[in-house]
Design a protein around this ligand. Structure first.
Ligand code: ZN
Ligand code: ZN
Length: 353
């Protein structure tokens, strides 16, 4: 099968034929219908994230945002059948550890990062193996088709958990979102669907416009204004109720927290780059004086995907709305290179392998 392989960091992925995977006893193999290209792929390609064991080894197949159709089923699998259309999480869970048994498969103690870690080859390929398929392959319900789900990727499910669960976003609150890449734009759409007034902040006009199309109540061009934080305080008359940093760099993390009003809640989804290597300084005194709450948000447990599917089947959410273009496998290289300067808008999705 054709696959895109990481042979050297920050060099174009090698597109070549490799042996197709076969399923482990509890696993399945899916034919990849679509796979999004995401900033996390860029981090892996750039050789980041060794500080939390997510630096992909050389020779690895990248790609962690697939949807697919099951083509091979291991003998121990109970609930998934050949021909099932499935959504696939990017952090495979074991189903047996303490966190899994408490319904937090996204925090599985034995998790495997698809397209990042040894043992979980990625989905920039014609086929992808999925371990523990009864947990990690989520069958699409009636009323949701694979085109809807091609937009789910990691971005949509991660943004959903960030807004609906960790951000606890409710009707009428102000939500400010820093960084309008795939996660940020998905979060705009989701927070709007949850009934919030959403403010999107970025430095690229096309991204701000896309946020407005997805339901943002207001946008702030952080380069055009003197201070984006005071702009947000003006729009919200005192500060947002919930903030999200979708980027992970120090400036957006700090600005997001400072955009909150008293008792605001900050959600951190963006992960750091080499420059910060895991650490950002925070506005500590403001966190204390305003009783700011800070919550991390990582992925979404497959057992909660049903919430998204319900909102998709009733037309309130459309994960495909953040897809900007369909591309071929070799074109992934152009997109990774463009992400170095934040040059992509919306989500490119590989549909031709
Ligand atoms: Zn587990
Ligand atoms: Zn992703």
């Amino acid at each position: 099968m054709r696959a895109a392989i990481l042979e050297a960091y920050e060099e174009p992925l090698a597109i070549r034929d490799v042996d197709p995977p076969s399923p482990e006893p509890h696993g399945v193999v899916a034919e990849v219908d679509a796979c999004g290209v995401c900033r996390s792929d860029w981090h892996g390609w750039a050789g980041n994230w060794d500080w939390f064991d997510y630096k992909p080894p050389l020779g690895h197949i990248l790609g962690h945002e697939p949807s697919g159709t099951v083509v091979e089923v291991g003998p121990e699998v109970e609930t998934i059948r050949e021909g099932d259309e499935i959504a696939i999480p990017f952090n495979f869970a074991c189903g047996r550890c303490h966190e899994c048994r408490n319904g937090y498969e996204n925090l599985c103690e034995n998790h495997l990062g698809l397209g990042f870690q040894e043992g979980a080859p990625g989905a920039f390929a014609e086929r992808v193996p999925i371990p523990n398929a009864d947990i990690n392959a989520v069958k699409l319900p009636d009323g949701v088709d694979s085109h809807d789900v091609a937009g789910l990727g990691c971005r949509f499910m991660t943004a959903y958990r960030g807004m609906a669960h960790q951000g606890d976003v409710g009707r009428g609150v102000y939500v400010v979102i820093y960084g309008l890449g795939g996660i940020g734009l998905s979060a705009v759409h989701i927070a709007d669907a949850l009934g919030a007034n959403v403010i999107g902040v970025d430095i690229k006009q096309e991204k701000l416009e896309m946020a407005e199309d997805l339901g943002a109540h207001a946008t702030v061009d952080a380069e055009a204004v003197e201070d984006p934080v005071s702009e947000v305080h003006d729009i919200t008359d005192g500060g947002a109720d919930v903030s999200l940093d979708a980027l992970g760099i120090e400036e957006t993390c700090r600005n997001a927290i400072e955009s909150l009003g008293t008792r605001g809640r900050h959600v951190q989804i963006g992960l750091t780059t080499k420059e910060q290597a895991g650490y950002n300084s925070l506005p500590t005194d403001a966190i204390v004086m305003n009783e700011i709450e800070i919550r991390g948000s990582s992925g979404l447990q497959p057992s909660r995907y049903g919430e998204i599917f319900n909102l998709v089947s009733t037309g309130k959410l459309d994960p495909a709305s953040v897809i900007s273009e369909e591309i071929t496998l070799p074109e992934v290289n152009d997109k990774l290179a463009a992400m170095t300067d934040y040059g992509t808008v919306g989500i490119p999705v590989v549909t031709e392998f």
